[in-house]
Design a protein around this ligand. Structure first.
Ligand code: ADP
Length: 425
């Protein structure tokens, strides 16, 4: 077998946090990617996809482990790779052509460079727009500029970080197809595409290899070899079947079919979402006869799949919904909560959060402290000790958001102090 283009060996990434602690974003990642393949890195938000892509390109040095490019240990930024970003990352004061030229490596004759730029402008369909400024372009056209800028450096590996997720459904579908077209027509020298996505359909549509990531800490849950022949028909039974297989691998990990009581009978992480996101989800369920399939729900609430799962899990933790298989269904309590006025909602919410061991533990910490007050730092230290694999700042904000709504705790953001509102908890 030929040498893989990219190999990762025991790669881990720990981010240093302001308090001097470390947060493990990726743990022990191992994989190889053969030359000539499109690979997707798939997983819910926050599982470490962008971190992994930046490590692969050499923009970020892993805390542990090595990256090999064509069998050679990679040191520093790999200039054979180029990147396309979700938010386009264009300079507003430069024209389309000038933005594209920024991707040139500058080691070619000026006439040759001019030819490359013209050719790429043609490939990505930007003829006639050369002198236009980004603000005059639609999102889809902006991303064409982002792709063109990445291609003019003649990369061997084109890396794309959620390239289509800021675009509407139709535009992203068209662009996806076009990327596959120029890929199959053989953009000069391009050997691989690596695409980061949270969208299962996108991964199944584009990729030969799908690296499925799980969170906390980010790790590879499975590698799926997608052998569906190109061009792929998104409406075919085989396509749906593949989506379903990957869906099941993902949800097994993030929506496990275990009795809910056992999930929350100890101090465990809670989904990091806000009260208003939970209420928003319940309202959408209510508009849809109290039951929706998780993909449909994700479309309705206009959140990505990973975020939708987090919100559904939070609603489930509070006893407002159940999540059998792929569905999210109202419970009697969820329905009652939504039909209540603001004060009644707060009472129900308070009763429910007091049953969650992590929130209970934080409330007890405040209750048992002097004057019933603790600092944010003390609370985050406590969270770090109990749940070392979680982001203490994000957990803190989620707990405070819940406790403020339930009127159990108060938070003074100037002094960064958390206090008890009522001793009656
Ligand atoms: P994804 O791309 O899957 O959404 P990321 O790679 O962006 O995930 O982030 C993975 C985790 O690492 C997240 O919890 C994020 O908050 C954290 N993270 C990312 N960058 C940093 C950083 N520079 N410092 C601290 N934490 C970070």
């Amino acid at each position: 077998m030929s040498t893989p283009i990219i190999t990762l060996k025991n790669v881990s990434m720990r981010y240093k946090m302001p308090e001097g602690n470390y947060f493990t974003a990726l743990e022990n990642i191992n994989f190889s990617l053969e030359s000539g393949k499109i690979a997707a890195i798939l997983g819910p938000s926050g599982c470490g996809k962008s971190t992994l892509l930046r490590i692969i390109t050499g923009l970020l040095k892993p805390s542990e482990g090595e990256v090999y490019y064509k069998g050679e240990l990679q040191k520093g930024v790999n200039d054979k790779m180029s990147m396309v970003f979700q938010n386009f990352a264009l300079f507003p004061w430069k024209t389309v052509k000038e933005n594209i030229e920024l991707g040139l490596k500058g080691d070619e004759e000026p006439e040759k460079q001019e030819k490359i730029v013209e050719h790429i402008i043609d490939v990505v369909g930007l003829e006639g727009f050369e002198d236009v400024y980004p603000k005059e372009l639609s999102g889809g056209m902006k991303q064409r500029v982002g792709i063109a800028r990445a291609l003019v450096s003649n990369p061997e590996v084109l890396c794309m970080d959620e390239p289509f997720s800021a675009l509407d459904a139709l535009t992203s579908e068209n662009l996806r197809e076009e990327v596959l077209d120029f890929w199959s027509e053989g953009a000069a020298g391009l050997s691989n595409i690596l695409i980061v996505t949270h969208n299962i359909q996108e991964a199944v549509y584009m990729a030969d290899e799908i690296f499925i990531l799980a969170s906390n800490p980010g790790s590879i849950k499975a590698i799926y070899h997608n052998t569906l022949p190109f061009p792929r028909d998104q409406k075919s039974a085989e396509f749906f079947k593949t989506v379903d297989i990957i869906y099941n691998i993902l949800t097994q990990n993030i929506m496990p079919e275990v009795p809910r009581s056992s999930m929350y009978d100890r101090i465990a992480p809670i989904p990091m979402v806000s009260v208003s996101e939970i209420i928003g989800l319940l309202e959408v369920l209510d508009d849809n006869k109290g039951r929706l399939e998780i993909f449909e729900l994700s479309e309705h609430i206009k959140r990505d799949f990973g975020k939708t799962i987090s919100i559904a899990l939070a609603a489930e933790m509070l006893g407002f919904v159940e999540t059998p298989h792929h569905d999210v269904i109202f419970t009697t309590l969820g329905k009652k909560f939504l039909e209540s006025d603001v004060n009644e909602r707060k009472i129900i919410f308070k009763e429910q959060i007091l049953k969650i061991p992590l929130i209970r533990a934080v409330i007890d910490l405040v209750k048992n402290s002097e004057d019933n007050v603790i600092t944010r730092e003390e609370c985050e230290d406590f969270l770090m000790e109990k749940l070392p694999n979680e982001r203490p700042d994000e957990l803190f904000e989620t707990i405070v958001n819940f406790a403020l709504y339930a009127e159990v705790l108060d938070y003074d953001s100037r002094d960064e102090e958390l206090s008890l509102i009522t001793e009656n908890v």
